[in-house]
Design a protein around this ligand. Structure first.
Ligand SMILES: [Zn+2]
Length: 160
């Protein structure tokens, strides 16, 4: 690499150790604002720091305004929750309802869900060590719901 992550961060006044979009610390990559194949250079003024997952989702367009528009519109201020929230949204798309919508009378399930989720990582894999993608997180939520349903004697609408 010709330019260091620190130089890119300094150029834009951003942090060098976290993804500028989701806030995760894993595997930062240098992302071209204007893609190299469309004439974008390898200097700090054409690079931002994104994790692999965000890099995959970033716009690849010759007009740099779109990268910035996307980054401003989708970046999160709260670190370490971005992909979990995306997983919850993906669950809603896959199952047609919000996660835990069947457990409204069961009280606060936060602790129980965390405990059950801890066992679910073994059933998943994160490609390239990038962290779980939203659809995989949605699957974990579905598995946690199944266990919760058993414990609380609730029948899920999509139970097979
Ligand atoms: Zn990211």
């Amino acid at each position: 690499m010709i330019v260091s992550n620190e130089q890119i961060a300094e150029h834009w006044g951003e942090a060098p150790e976290r993804c500028w979009r989701c806030g995760y610390k894993s595997g930062l990559e240098q992302c071209h604002i204007v893609p190299a194949s469309l004439g974008g250079g390898d200097s700090a003024d054409n690079l931002v720091l994104l994790c692999g997952r965000c890099h995959n989702e970033a716009p690849n367009h010759q007009d740099p305004q779109y990268l910035w528009r996307w980054l401003r519109a989708t970046r999160t201020e709260s670190t370490d929750t971005y992909w979990t929230i995306r997983g919850w949204e993906e669950f809603e798309v896959m199952f047609g309802r919000k996660p835990l919508s069947c457990f409204t009378d069961a009280g606060d399930l936060t602790t129980e869900c965390r405990e059950l989720a801890a066992d679910e990582f073994a059933k998943t894999v994160d490609r390239f060590g990038e962290g779980l993608n939203p659809s995989t997180i949605a699957c974990m939520i579905a598995e946690v719901e199944k266990k919760l349903a058993q414990r609380h004697g609730i029948t899920l609408p999509d139970a097979a």
